[in-house]
Structure formats: structure tokens, C-alpha cells
Write a protein that binds this ligand. Sequence first.
Ligand SMILES: [Zn+2]
Ligand SMILES: [Zn+2]
Length: 144
Amino acid sequence: MRDDLHATATRRLRRVSQRYTSGRRVLVEVLAAAEHPLTIPEIVELDASLATSSVYRNLAALEQAGIATKIVTSQEHARYELSEDFGHHHHHLVCIDCGRVSDFTLPAGVEQELDAALRRAARKEGYVHDTHRLDLTGTCPECQ
Ligand SMILES: [Zn+2]
Ligand SMILES: [Zn+2]
């Protein structure tokens, strides 16, 4: 599984003419081990070998290659996670006060209905529906 992840990461970076450097590898390991999307300061705190400036650049490369996904919140720092195709399909709860992000999933039946509705909406606009990203914003229990 882990080897798979690195092999896919190597391939995707190559597609955008980038290399899978050791710094990027560490970054992918940190994101893979995380339980929720991380900010850059959190990433640097988790692995002391990483420097903020290179994390910044490397995340941009991972995002461009489709390996990492950025989640924008109301806070100063965006959050990052591994792209969904490395894990399972999920959604995010984003707190509009503290910027905390947690994952949640919907029942399979709801996902199917959602996909059917989105497919119809996409077709109307001449698009072929691929997948959806759905983040909920609200106030977390601590901020209420
Ligand atoms: Zn909050
Ligand atoms: Zn979904």
C-alpha cells in the first residue's frame, strides 16, 4: 500500500516534469499518517527535518501533480491532505471560527443520489461528471 503510494506519486510528478525528492517523500509520509488535513506549521512541527519554505514549494508541486489537495478555510493557513484517490471518498466539516477541519462520510445511498443529481447537472452544462468535493462550513462544538 505504502509502496503503491510512492510509486503513484513518482509517476504523477513525472507527468508534470517534477521529481519525487526525499523532501516530497517525507511530506507524503506525514500527510498519509495524518488523521485530518494539516496546515504547514503543523506539518513542520510533525517532522523537524522539514523547513517551512521547502514545505511550501513541495506542497505546491504535490498539488499540481494531483497528489495533495488544498482545503481553504477562513483561517490564515490552508490545510492539506493526500488526494482522495489514495484513501477513501469523504467530505469535510470546516469551522468558520477556528478553521478546524474534520472528515466525515455520508451513507452510500446518499452518495449515490448525490452523484446522480450531480451527473444530471453536469450533463446540462456539457460536462462529464467525474467526482465531487463537498465541504460543509459551520461552527464546531468548541466554538459554539
Ligand atoms: Zn472551531
Ligand atoms: Zn461524496
